[in-house]
Design a protein around this ligand. Structure first.
Ligand code: PMP
Length: 420
């Protein structure tokens, strides 16, 4: 049934030839411990297609130079390419203008930037910030620190056993003191897809709070539309979107950027500097101190072009089929507990084998060439809710196959036998 669905999805779009797609990712043909690599750790970082690798090689072979301040050919060429990359990202997430796209190191830095700049602008003693119990540490710690610094109060939307947000609580948490609400689009540990539009409607109807969405786990699976969402900030990392490591994005509504003071300062952020004072640049450059990750920016744009050429509709169909198949196979094994049973869930299965530590299972799976993640996945409060030290997490991308899931299930059964 599932295979039929997948085949159907593949037939509908001739672009989606899984074997051809896999050839685009050189790493997928390597072996690990003498076995074909089965890479199911896409939630941690995704593999890169040849087109992205080629952009990086081409940059260092033919284009390497610094951007924005050079008059020579190389510098002018790469400045254009970097600013084109900003535009590709703008169009991909449907921001109003390229100036609303700030290049950062990744999701974590994007959130820190907002916590710093928004915190300085708008948060005072007694104000409130709301996040959720399912957040990644990167969307918890910066807000905890800000609240500590400003003597503000941090509140949490709780989760239920199914790993969904208890949204009945949201109106009760909101007040005139709420300055910002930050939440993940998709949970990195459970795969739960949060009803972000509905949440934004509730927040807007009951408060004047700004809204930040952590899109780190969403962007490999869907195309966010920030104008349609009408969020204030949307953040993600390049490396989870099949692009380079060390580059990420902060989308921020222009009106915020105009009001924000600088984050880090130095070269690139300024209009004029005298020995007495500095006048800062307008737009995104004010927030991009120092020489940026130039090849990262153009590599990320290449990754976006790559996924758009496949199309998110077929990507989603394939990933849905993978998830259904994996969940069925996994549930059929004795003593498995799966965490997160939301109907709205994608590409992540977190589970434990009752009585066996997740690290032991993960280590044995590696012997069979299976790469999964074991641990708390930077969501310790979520693990505290389930009262567990962590989980084994298998996370899928569009290049994974049913055969890989079979290999994973086989290896898991053997590992459990050895560990029992
Ligand atoms: N938020 C979520 C939901 C994540 O999954 C991750 C990465 N695991 C992050 C934030 C942090 O991303 P990065 O390490 O790329 O900054």
């Amino acid at each position: 049934m599932v295979a039929e669905t997948l085949e159907g999805a593949m037939k509908q779009n001739t672009m989606f030839d899984i074997h051809k797609i896999r050839k685009d990712f050189p790493i997928l043909s390597r072996t690990v411990n003498g076995k074909p690599l089965v890479y199911l750790d896409n939630g941690a970082t995704a593999q890169k297609p040849q087109s992205v690798i080629d952009v990086l090689t081409h940059y260092y072979t033919h284009q390497n130079s610094n951007i924005h301040r050079g008059v020579h050919t190389l510098s002018r060429e790469i400045t254009i390419a970097y600013e084109e990359a900003r535009k590709t990202i703008q169009l991909h997430i449907n921001a109003k203008q390229p100036g609303e796209i700030i290049f950062t190191k990744g999701t974590t830095e994007s959130i820190n930037l907002v916590a710093h700049c928004f915190g300085n602008l708008a948060v005072s003693e007694g104000d409130e910030i709301i996040i959720t119990q399912m957040e990644h540490h990167s969307n918890i710690v910066p807000w905890q620190q800000l609240c500590k610094e400003k003597k503000a109060i941090l509140k949490y939307i709780p989760i239920n056993e199914a790993g969904e947000l208890v949204l009945d609580e949201l109106p009760k948490l909101l007040s005139s003191k709420t300055k910002l609400v930050a939440f993940t689009h998709i949970s990195n540990t459970l795969g739960t897809i949060n009803p972000v539009k509905e949440m934004i409607a509730t927040i807007r109807s009951l408060s004047k709070a700004a809204i930040l969405i952590d899109g780190a786990q969403a962007v490999p699976h869907l195309k966010p539309n920030v104008q349609d969402l009408a969020c204030d900030f949307y953040v993600f990392s390049g490396h989870k979107l099949f692009g380079p490591t060390g580059v990420g994005v902060l989308y921020a509504k222009e009106e915020w950027l105009a009001k924000f003071g600088p984050y880090q300062t130095g070269g690139g952020t300024i209009k004029t500097v005298t020995l007495e004072k500095t006048e800062f640049a307008d737009g995104p450059l004010k927030f991009e101190a120092g020489t940026p990750h130039i090849e990262g920016g153009i590599g990320l744009a290449a990754a976006i072009d790559y996924v758009n050429a496949i199309g998110f509709d077929v990507i989603q169909k394939h990933e849905e089929a993978l998830m259904t198949y994996a969940a069925e196979k996994l549930s059929a094994i004795d003593n498995i507990r799966i965490y997160g049973s939301s109907k709205h869930k994608t590409s992540v299965i977190a589970f434990n084998v009752i009585g066996i530590h997740p690290f032991d299972v993960g280590t044995l799976l590696d012997k069979y060439g299976i790469a999964v993640r074991s641990g708390h996945h930077c969501t310790q409060p979520l693990c505290q809710f389930y009262n567990i030290p962590g989980t084994i997490r298998a996370s899928f991308a569009f290049y994974n196959t049913m055969e890989e899931i079979d290999l994973f299930i086989e290896a898991l059964k053997k590992s459990i036998k050895l560990l029992s």
